[in-house]
Design a protein around this ligand. Structure first.
Ligand SMILES: Nc1ncnc2c1ncn2[C@@H]1O[C@H](COP(=O)(O)OP(=O)(O)OP(=O)(O)O)[C@@H](O)[C@H]1O
Length: 681
C-alpha cells in the first residue's frame, strides 16, 4: 500500500452546460521519500490534478487515499484538516502575503500547530536559516528577489512539518542559478522522508527528481522511475490544531496597521458620528441637571404652591373636557400662577379669593402633606438702615416654598428676623461692608389697603439673620424673606387682613409631590373645582421633556452621520475582500477554515469599531472639559455631563456597527472557492 493513492480520477470543467473533460481516469501511487515530477503539455490538467491531491478541489470523481484512509471530499472540515496537517504548497507565483513580514508568512502554518509561540518562532527562524534567509526575516515580500521569495514559500510550506509537499512549477519564474538551488532544497525535503510532487514543463527540472509521471490527453501515458525513493525514518511530527481566535485578531491588527492611513480615516469618520452622539447626550444630561439645580435652588422641591381656583382659569388640570385650546390656556395660566407665587411676585388683588381656615385644614389633612403655610407678599417695601435706604420689590414671609439653599451667609429668619438679598438690598444699605449687616436691625415699611379698603402703611423692624444670593438665571425670584410672625404682627397692627391669597403645602417626599399636586387640583365642592396647585416638579419635568426632545433630535442628526460611517466601513470591507482574494485562497490552502476567514474580516472591522468608539470618547471628554470651561463664565456649572452610560452606549454602537457592516463582506470572503481565490490577480 502506498502513502498516497489516486484511483480513477475524472474531472471536467463546465462552461454553461458544455462539458470539458480534463482528467479522464488517473490512477497513481506515491510513496514517502519520492521526488516526483509531473510533466505534460500546457493545459493538460497538471494543476487540476495538484488541486485534487492537495485537497483544494472537491468537484471530481474518483478517490484519494492517504495513509490508508480515503479522503471524504464532501466533508469540508476534514479537508481543512488534511491541508493543515499533511500538505505544504509551493507556487510558481510564490503567493506570499504582502502585508506580513517574511517571518509572519512562515508563522501562519505554525500558528496551526501545537508548538508554543516561542517554539514557533524558533522553528520559523530555523527554516529561514535553512533556505538561506536568516537575515531577511523582518522584510516584507516586496523587498525580496524572486529567488528569495520562492525560498520563503518553501520555508512556509515546510513550517507545519507536512508529509506531502506540492510544488506547482516552483522554478517557473526563476533563473538557472536559483532553479538549481530550489531543486536542491526540494531534494533535501524528499530526503527527510517526505513526498515531494512538482509540476514542471522543463525536462531538466523533472530529471532532478526520483520519478517522472507524464500526463497526456487527461491520462498518464508514461511513469518513469529515475532512482530509488529516499528511505523513510519514523521521526515524531508536529501536531496540528485549529487556528486560535487570537491569531485572527492579531493578523487583523497587522493588516489594519499595514493600511494605517486608510483605516485611520475610516476610524476618524466613524468617531465623528459617535462623538456627536456622545456630546449631545452629555449636553442633554448637563442642561437637565442645570435646570433641576436652578429650580430646586429657587424653591423647595417638596413644596406645592396653591391658589384658589378662579373661573377664568377655565378647564381642569386633569385635562378632562374642554377643547385643546382651553386646556392649553389653562395650563399656561397655572404655570404663570405657580411661577409668580414661587418667584414671589404679588398676585393679590382685591378680587383674588382668599383661603378660609377650613380650607387650610382640608389641605393639611391630605395624605403626605406635612404642613401648610400661608404666603404673604408685600411689594415695594422700603428699608432703611442708618441713613441708607433700599427698596425690596417683593418681600415674602418665610414659607414652605422658601429654601435655605439661597442663604449664602447667616441663617433662615426666626421671629423678628429677616433675610435680605445681597445685590439689590444689602449692597444698597452698606456698599462695602454688606456682610456686617448680619445682626443689625433695619426698618421696613410698605403701602397697602386695610380691612376697610383705606390706604395704610405697614411699618416694622427686623433683625437681619442672613443674606441671600442666587445665580443670574434665578435672579427674577424673590429672595427677601421675613419671619411670618413679624409680618403678620405688623399687618394686624395696621388693621390689614391676614387672610392669604396663596398657600404652600409641604410634602413628606419628592416622590409624593406629583400625587399631592394632582389630588389638590381634583378637590371639589358642589362639583366646582377649589384649588389650582403647581409644584416645581411639574415645571421641571415639563422643561426637561423639551430638553430631552431637543437632545434626541440632535442625537438623531448625529446618528445620520453614523449611517454614513457604516456605509463607509461596508465599502471598505468589500474592497478589502476583493483586494485580498488571493490572500484568502492562500490561507485556505494553508488549512484555514471558512470560519477563520470570516473571523479575520470581522476582527478587522471590530478593531475599527472599538478604536472609533475609543477615539470618540477621548475627543468627547476633551470637548466636555473645553465646553464646560468656556461656559464657566455664564454659570459655574458643568453643562456637558458625559456619563459612564453614554460611554458604554457609544462602545456598544461602535461594536454593533462594525459587526453588522462586516457581516456581509466577511461572509463573502469565507464563501470564496479557494481555487478561484488563488487564481485571482
Ligand atoms: N476554473 C476553470 N474553469 C474552466 N476551465 C478551466 C478551469 N481551470 C482550468 N481549466 C481548463 O482546464 C484545463 C487544464 O488546466 P490546468 O491549469 O490544470 O492545466 P496545466 O496542465 O496546469 O496547464 P499549464 O501547464 O499551462 O499551467 C485547461 O484547458 C484550462 O483551460
Amino acid at each position: 500500500m502506498s502513502y498516497l493513492e489516486l484511483r480513477d480520477i475524472h474531472k471536467s470543467y463546465y462552461l454553461g452546460k458544455e462539458e470539458f473533460p480534463v482528467l479522464k481516469g488517473i490512477d497513481l501511487n506515491f510513496d514517502l521519500g519520492e521526488f516526483v515530477s509531473i510533466l505534460g503539455e500546457s493545459g493538460g490538467g497538471k494543476s487540476t490534478l495538484m488541486n485534487i491531491i492537495g485537497g483544494l478541489d472537491r468537484q471530481f470523481q474518483g478517490s484519494v487515499t492517504v495513509d490508508g484512509t480515503r479522503l471524504n471530499h464532501s466533508d469540508e472540515k476534514a479537508l481543512d484538516h488534511y491541508r493543515r496537517d499533511t500538505i505544504g504548497y509551493i507556487y510558481q507565483a510564490y503567493n506570499l502575503i504582502g502585508h506580513l513580514t517574511v517571518m509572519d508568512n512562515v508563522l501562519i502554518p505554525l500558528d496551526m500547530t501545537t508548538l508554543s509561540k516561542a517554539d514557533q518562532k524558533k522553528r520559523a527562524a530555523e527554516l529561514l536559516d535553512r533556505v538561506g534567509l536568516k537575515d531577511q526575516a523582518h522584510k516584507y515580500p516586496n523587498q525580496l528577489s524572486g529567488g528569495q521569495k520562492q525560498r520563503v514559500a518553501i520555508a512556509r510550506a515546510l513550517a507545519s512539518d507536512p508529509k506531502v509537499i506540492i510544488a506547482d512549477e516552483p522554478t517557473g519564474a526563476l533563473d538557472s542559478e536559483n532553479t538549481k538551488e530550489v531543486l536542491e532544497i526540494l531534494d533535501g525535503i524528499a530526503q527527510e522522508g517526505r513526498l515531494v510532487i512538482t509540476v514542471t514543463h522543463s525536462q531538466s527540472v523533472a530529471d532532478a527528481g526520483t520519478r517522472i509521471v507524464h500526463l497526456a490527453d487527461g491520462k498518464i501515458d508514461k511513469d518513469t522511475k529515475l532512482r530509488d525513493a529516499y528511505p523513510v525514518t519514523d521521526t515524531p511530527r508536529l501536531k496540528s490544531r485549529l487556528l486560535p481566535a487570537a491569531v485572527s485578531y492579531t493578523t487583523a491588527y497587522k493588516h489594519f496597521n499595514f493600511n494605517f492611513w486608510r483605516n485611520s480615516l475610516i476610524v476618524l469618520g466613524t468617531a465623528v458620528g459617535l462623538f456627536a452622539v456622545m456630546l449631545f447626550s452629555g449636553l442633554g444630561n448637563g442642561i437637565s441637571g442645570y435646570i433641576n439645580k436652578q429650580v430646586n435652588d429657587l424653591v423647595n422641591p417638596t413644596a406645592v404652591s396653591i391658589s384658589r381656583y378662579q373661573k377664568s382659569a377655565t378647564a381642569s388640570t386633569s385635562g378632562s373636557g374642554g377643547s385643546s385650546k382651553q386646556a392649553q390656556a389653562q395650563q399656561q395660566q397655572a404655570m404663570q400662577q405657580s411661577a409668580s407665587s414661587m418667584t414671589g411676585a404679588s398676585t393679590a388683588s382685591s378680587s383674588t379669593p382668599t383661603f378660609s381656615a377650613t380650607q387650610l385644614k382640608q389641605l393639611g389633612n391630605i395624605k403626605h402633606v406635612t404642613g401648610v403655610s400661608k404666603v404673604y407678599t408685600a411689594s415695594s417695601v422700603t428699608t432703611s438702615y442708618n441713613d441708607k435706604k433700599a427698596t425690596i420689590s417683593s418681600l415674602q414671609n418665610w414659607n414652605a416654598s422658601a429654601t435655605s439653599n439661597t442663604i449664602k451667609y447667616g441663617h433662615k429668619p426666626k421671629a423678628g428676623e429677616i433675610v435680605i438679598d445681597k445685590d439689590s438690598v444689602a449692597k444698597s444699605l452698606s456698599k462695602n461692608h454688606w456682610k456686617d449687616l448680619i445682626g443689625k436691625t433695619i426698618t421696613l415699611s410698605y403701602k397697602t389697603t386695610n380691612k376697610n379698603g383705606k390706604p395704610v402703611t405697614v411699618k416694622f423692624k427686623a433683625k437681619i439673620a442672613g443674606i441671600t444670593s442666587k445665580s443670574a438665571a434665578a435672579s427674577m425670584a424673590s429672595d427677601n424673606f421675613v419671619s411670618t410672625k413679624t409680618l403678620t404682627a405688623a399687618m394686624n397692627k395696621a388693621n390689614v387682613s391676614d387672610k392669604a391669597t396663596s398657600t404652600v403645602v409641604k410634602v413628606d417626599k419628592i416622590g409624593n409631590v406629583n400625587g399631592v399636586t394632582k389630588k389638590i387640583n381634583q378637590l371639589k365642592t358642589n362639583d366646582k373645582r377649589l384649588y389650582s396647585a403647581t409644584s416645581v416638579n411639574s415645571i421641571i419635568s415639563k422643561i426637561q421633556t423639551y430638553v430631552k426632545l431637543a437632545t434626541n433630535i440632535l442625537s438623531a442628526i448625529a446618528a445620520i452621520s453614523l449611517v454614513v460611517s457604516a456605509l463607509m466601513i461596508i465599502v471598505t470591507m468589500y474592497m478589502s475582500v476583493s483586494a485580498r482574494t488571493k490572500e484568502i485562497g492562500i490561507l485556505r490552502a494553508l488549512g484555514e477554515s471558512k470560519r477563520d476567514i470570516r473571523r479575520l474580516f470581522i476582527s478587522e472591522s471590530l478593531i475599527i469599531g472599538v478604536l472609533s468608539a475609543a477615539f470618540a470618547t477621548v475627543i468627547a471628554l476633551i470637548g466636555e472639559v473645553t465646553v464646560n470651561h468656556m461656559l464657566a463664565s455664564i454659570a459655574n456649572y458643568a453643562f456637558v455631563q458625559i456619563t459612564v452610560g453614554n460611554v458604554v452606549t457609544v462602545f456598544v454602537i461602535g461594536v454593533v456597527i462594525s459587526l453588522v457592516t462586516a457581516f456581509l463582506p466577511a461572509r463573502r470572503a469565507a464563501k470564496l472557492n479557494p481555487i478561484d481565490a488563488l487564481a485571482a490577480d
